[in-house]
Ligand binder design. Sequence first.
Ligand SMILES: C[S@@+](CC[C@H](N)C(=O)[O-])C[C@H]1O[C@@H](n2cnc3c(N)ncnc32)[C@H](O)[C@@H]1O
Length: 272
Amino acid sequence: MAKNKKSPVENYHDRVAGIYDTIYDNNPYWEAVFEITWRHVLKFLPKDLSTRCLDVGCGTGRWGMKLFKTGYPTDFLDISWKMLDQVGKKIDKLAPDKRPELIHTGIDDLSMIQNETYDFIIGQGDPLNCADRPEKALKELCRVLRPGGIILMSVDNRHAGIFHYFRAGDVAGLAAFIKNGKTKWVTDDPSEQYDITMFTADNIRALCEQRGLKLLSLIGKTVLPLRRFQEMLVDRNQRLELLKLEESLNKVEAMLGNAAHLEFVAQKPAKD
Ligand SMILES: C[S@@+](CC[C@H](N)C(=O)[O-])C[C@H]1O[C@@H](n2cnc3c(N)ncnc32)[C@H](O)[C@@H]1O
């Protein structure tokens, strides 16, 4: 399904699509984050393998491919065609007879998808942050979710963006950012920067309430300084211990502010 005009966010992700997976390879911090994420996903993933899944902002398909390989009928959606192309290549290799839908659109316009199509929607990374209209995006995601269905998304945490304004000595910018979460995704090439909105835990709660979603879980990823001290994750036993500690703290309100990402799981009410 085609989209007409390329946005800066699409341009950027088109450019990095071919090397995207390698950015996360052999990195103890990201491996830990992926492990925590998958365990969190598994708590909410229905056991029924006919559950219809959608990976939004799928990138190269890290999460949707896991669902697809597990046996769930899974479709993939991204604003970047080149990211979807990477997913298509993986599907061709793994299961050339299967044709999941590769949907090329922004999450704030899902008009090509019928109401109540999916039971489980996953959106990892930051598609909600990058959406031009995050409230509209969540509304659309709820529309295509079946009653009783689950939405699981991770977002960039506003508190993690504060340091950037201190580094830049930009107090006026900091004040505005704390208020509305609007900022730019900083890339090496300034012409590639694009607008994003970063969220607080309270924003997530308010957004879910606004859409009538029941918030089932809200965690920080990661609330311990695992990125800064990633060499501590190399030893297997120490890593297991640190992940256990992380998971014992990642729902604690006072710890959420430490995390680069927040991840929420919410359920659409079942029909009576
Ligand atoms: C940080 S990457 C995450 C990719 C993948 N979910 C993962 O965890 O590896 C964010 C992805 O979201 C996509 N994206 C950004 N804004 C979007 C939007 N408004 N609608 C749909 N996809 C979007 C990007 O093209 C990119 O592939």
